[in-house]
Design a protein. Structure first.
Length: 218
């Protein structure tokens, strides 16, 4: 019964994620954003940007920053949860190093594909036995659930009326800025590098190293 419930919840979760991570769609005829993510997240964010920019007289640049900060605060618990899970996973891996190390050594020294497969299965079995996730303790859900928010704020900043004619600190908001793109990429790269600090588990370090290059590109 529990297995059936877990499968059902997993299917529902995947279905929900497929809807959410569809992100904002663009109508080919009008070039305007559309879809459920835009209706429920993007459009309200656009109204919030106009409120701070026009009603409060703060300008569109400051308004976008304020709304972005609000969005980041809303999804902050997900980031804290990710960090906590990653730390817990790292502590578990360190505590069970004596159990997992022989399997990891066997995997590194495996010469044939069959030996590698057997070593991997033994390692996964040992991890499962001690309650360690092979995905580094974080999983994809917290990351995927944030994507609709990022997509919505991006399209809200791009399509809100008045933004395209505005400027902020001498930068035209209606056209792409390679300077800001490079600056944001560097910040994400540095943030990813800092996330490696204190991580001793080699498997988790390899996963985080991949994110070092993925985060700036995204």
């Amino acid at each position: 019964m529990k297995s059936i419930k877990r499968i059902a919840l997993s299917i529902m979760g995947v279905a929900m994620l497929l809807v959410l991570t569809g992100c904002v769609q663009v109508d080919k005829a009008t070039g305007l954003p559309t879809g459920p993510v835009w209706d429920f997240l993007g459009a309200p964010m656009g109204e919030a940007i106009k409120y701070f920019a026009t009603d409060k007289g703060l300008g569109f640049g400051v308004a976008i920053i304020i709304v972005t900060i609000i969005v980041r605060l809303i999804i902050l618990p997900l980031g804290i949860y990710q960090s906590w899970k990653a730390t817990l996973h790292s502590e578990k891996m360190n505590a069970l190093k004596h159990v997992l190390e022989p399997h990891q050594t066997r995997l590194k020294e495996a010469e044939t594909q069959e030996e590698k497969l057997e070593a991997q299965q033994a390692l996964f079995a040992a991890q499962k036995e001690h309650g360690i996730s092979m995905f580094g303790g974080v999983g994809c859900f917290p990351l995927l659930i944030q994507m609709p928010f990022f997509s919505a704020i991006y399209f809200a900043a791009q399509h809100t009326e008045g933004v395209s004619e505005a400027s902020f600190l001498g930068i035209a908001l209606g056209s792409p800025s390679w300077i800001l793109i490079a600056f944001a990429g560097i910040l994400y790269y540095v943030q990813s590098l800092l996330s490696l600090h204190g991580v001793e588990d080699e498997t988790q370090r390899e996963q985080l190293k991949k994110m070092i290059y993925m985060s700036p590109m995204m």
